[in-house]
Design a protein around this ligand. Structure first.
Ligand SMILES: [Cu+2]
Length: 151
């Protein structure tokens, strides 16, 4: 009896694991004029061949005043990337060019716009400590969240 119960538990765990590996290849975020993302946490799978990162700016303000992007980095790199992004300025869309700490980033958009990018799941490691944030000057203190990476 005990054995069959453990086997059943294993089968259930296995099924849940497979379902997880098959999904979670898309992250959709909304940013608004109140300098907020709609999510504090998102989950993706490192086994996705391609991860899609979508951003919708649901506000009305132009990119120059309330621009948003989504940058993915290790959580430990967030502050440094945000700081160097500010130095890159509007011309660099507030993302440091060729910076290895930037795992992925979308374009900077204004109210009413949408953007998306893709990157390979293998750029992430399951269980790693990652964050997503907006690198527009001053935004990352509010506009950030945890990117949970599963297998
Ligand atoms: Cu922003």
């Amino acid at each position: 009896m005990k054995l069959s119960h453990s086997l059943l538990a294993l089968a259930l765990f296995g099924a849940a694991g497979m379902a997880q590996a098959a999904g979670n290849c898309t992250v959709s975020l909304k940013g608004d004029d109140a300098m907020k993302f709609d999510l504090k946490e998102a989950t993706v799978s490192a086994s996705c061949a391609t991860i899609t990162l979508e951003l919708t700016h649901s506000g009305k303000l132009p990119a120059a005043a309330m621009g948003h992007n989504v940058v993915v980095s290790k959580t430990a790199d967030l502050a440094g990337v945000a700081r160097d992004g500010m130095k890159a300025g509007a011309a660099g869309a507030y993302v440091p060019a060729g910076d290895a700490r930037v795992i992925a980033h979308t374009a900077l958009i204004g109210g009413g716009q949408k953007t998306k990018i893709t990157f390979p799941g293998k750029k992430l490691t399951a269980g790693g400590d990652y964050s997503f944030f907006c690198s527009f000057p001053g935004h990352s203190t509010l506009m950030k969240g945890k990117l949970v990476v599963t297998k």
